[in-house]
Write a protein that binds this ligand. Structure first.
Ligand code: TYM
Length: 358
């Protein structure tokens, strides 16, 4: 499946870890913040596309981390809308709710329960080294940030460890957070006895970092400086094609993959390779002697053909909120079946009385 560092066949077998049934399939877990009206092309390539692949082999858990969505100032109506939109895009992008467990974080209270324990296990020094917190507070300073934003990686560690996953399929910007989750799992196991599986980040070999179309040395992100640099999954066909056709390219005319000298063209090739499922070498050969404009026009067609139907399906799903809510409630109930025994064991190991029944 083209993943590092873990790409062996899933194994089955008995285990004594809480939350893992006997003979259970290997598991993956991941999530994307509902912090914008639409997911973007980086989310799609770096995460969602990969998730869809993993669910074929793994017992997959995909969730919407809405509790992370309140670590910065937010509008309640927007958050609820974006939670629905994110869920709809997961399903439209290929998450099969019959096969995978899809749920919303705040509907599974075990995330908050384990998060506090993870927070108490984390050192100030190691939390202060999280680069995402540094990035997010660069402009306004740390005094202006909420404590929740600082504690966010500990909540993320709880999100992961609650489900005992073998792998966490994410883009490379989340690697440091998965590393913290690994450290906390090891620390807990060392202090209180074997409880958590130590998960691996599953980072795609190509497309782990998609860059802004207008500023191809900056990561594509919802906080893009220019709206044209950010390609949204819910954009119209026309908007998508326009954004690709007006992407910034580089000096010269040659189409080759070179992140240093040709960041713009390399980003377009990486997008083409991931969305069109073609190797970069193959594309470079095909475009030899042709112009940047040819690459952009063809790529615009490929992206619209792949993402247009995802958008249409997502919008269709959003027409029936009751059905979407029912499906998410079923997912939360299923997620809790796994998370509850993990929290119960953690309570026992750290000396709490058993969790209250509900
Ligand atoms: P978030 O919401 O920022 O991003 C969701 C996923 O998209 C990937 N991604 C990208 N991949 C390639 N190129 C890009 N430009 C790009 N931008 C984003 C991210 O790597 C990620 O995989 N903290 C997480 C959400 C989270 C989570 C978790 C993830 C909360 N709990 C537990 C996994 C497991 C986040 O903010 O991702």
């Amino acid at each position: 499946m083209g993943q590092t560092p873990h790409s062996q066949e899933p194994a089955t077998g008995a285990t004594t870890l809480p939350g893992v049934g006997e003979g259970a399939r290997e598991r993956v877990l991941s999530g994307m913040q509902p912090s914008a009206d639409s997911l973007h092309l980086g989310n799609y390539i770096g995460a969602l596309k990969n998730w869809v692949r993993t669910q074929e082999e793994y017992d997959a858990y995909f969730f919407i981390p809405d509790m992370h969505g309140i670590t910065v100032a937010h509008e309640p109506t927007d958050l609820r809308e974006r939670t629905h939109r994110t869920a709809a895009q997961y399903i439209a992008g290929g998450i099969d709710v019959g096969r995978s467990t899809l749920f919303v974080q705040s509907q599974v209270p075990e995330h908050a329960q384990l998060s506090w324990i993870m927070t108490c296990l984390t050192g100030m020094g190691e939390a202060s080294r999280m680069t995402q917190f540094k990035d997010k507070t660069r402009r306004s300073g740390t005094d202006a940030a909420g404590v929740g934003l600082f504690a966010y990686p500990m909540l993320m560690a709880a999100d992961i460890l609650l489900y005992q996953p073998h792998g966490v399929p994410v883009g490379d910007d989340q690697k440091q957070h998965v590393e913290l989750a690994r450290n906390l799992a090891q620390r807990f196991n060392h202090r209180f006895g074997e409880t958590f599986r130590v998960p691996e980040p599953f980072i795609p070999e190509s497309g782990a970092r998609i860059y802004d179309l207008q500023n191809p040395t900056a990561k594509m992100s919802k906080s893009a400086e220019s709206p044209n640099g950010l390609l949204n999954l819910l954009d119209t066909d026309k908007q998508m094609a326009k954004k690709i056709r007006s992407a910034v390219t580089d000096d010269g005319t040659e189409i080759r993959f070179d992140r240093e000298e040709k960041p713009g063209v390399s980003n377009l090739l990486a997008i083409y390779s991931a969305v069109g499922e073609r190797s970069i070498d193959d594309l470079v050969e095909e475009f030899q002697g042709r112009m940047y404009g040819h690459l952009k026009v063809e790529l615009a067609d490929v992206v619209v053909a792949a993402l247009g139907p995802v958008r249409d399906r997502a919008l269709e799903l959003l027409d029936d909120r009751a059905e979407l809510d029912a499906l998410l409630a079923r997912g939360a109930a299923k997620a809790r079946e796994t998370a509850r025994p993990v929290v119960a064991e953690v309570y026992e190991k750290i000396g709490f009385l058993p969790p209250a029944q509900d």
